[in-house]
Ligand binder design. Structure first.
Ligand SMILES: [Zn+2]
Length: 127
C-alpha cells in the first residue's frame, strides 16, 4: 500500500513518498516517476513465464503482458524477475486464491485465515 493510500485511510501521517520525500507516493509515482526507484523485483512461481519474459521473442510476444514487462525491463531500472517454487510460497499462493477476482478493493486480514494457518505452523516447525 502506498503512503498516499495509507494517508487517505488515516494509516500514515503524510502521503509523501518515503524515498524521494518530494511528491505524493502513489502507485504511478512509485512505479514510474520516483527518481529514487531504480530497482524492481518480481517473483513468479511459473517457470514458463520467467523463461518467456527472458526469451528473445518477448518483445514481439502475442501476450500483451509479456510485451508490457519487456517495456518495463527496458527502462532505466535494475529489473530482477525470479522464479519461486509454488511449494515455497504456499501461504501467499493460498491467500491470493482467497480473493474474489471480480473485487479489486483492499482486503485486510486481521489474522491468518484458517486456510493459511497450517502453512504458517509448518513453517515455524522448519525454523
Ligand atoms: Zn518518490
Amino acid at each position: 500500500m502506498t503512503n498516499a493510500t495509507k494517508h487517505c485511510r488515516n494509516f500514515a501521517p503524510s502521503p509523501t513518498c518515503s524515498l524521494c520525500c518530494s511528491l505524493p507516493e502513489t502507485v504511478l509515482h512509485t512505479l514510474s516517476d520516483c527518481a529514487e526507484v531504480r530497482q524492481l523485483w518480481s517473483q513468479s512461481d511459473c517457470r514458463q513465464a520467467i523463461d518467456l519474459i527472458y526469451s528473445a521473442e518477448a518483445p514481439s510476444s502475442v501476450l500483451s503482458l509479456v510485451r508490457a514487462i519487456t517495456r518495463l525491463r527496458r527502462m532505466d531500472w535494475e529489473v530482477t524477475i525470479i522464479w519461486v517454487p509454488r511449494d515455497a510460497n504456499r501461504a501467499a499462493d493460498t491467500m491470493a486464491k482467497l480473493a474474489d477476482p471480480s473485487d479489486y478493493s483492499l482486503r485486510v486480514f486481521h489474522g491468518a485465515p484458517l486456510e493459511v494457518a497450517t502453512f504458517i505452523e509448518l513453517a515455524k516447525l522448519r525454523l
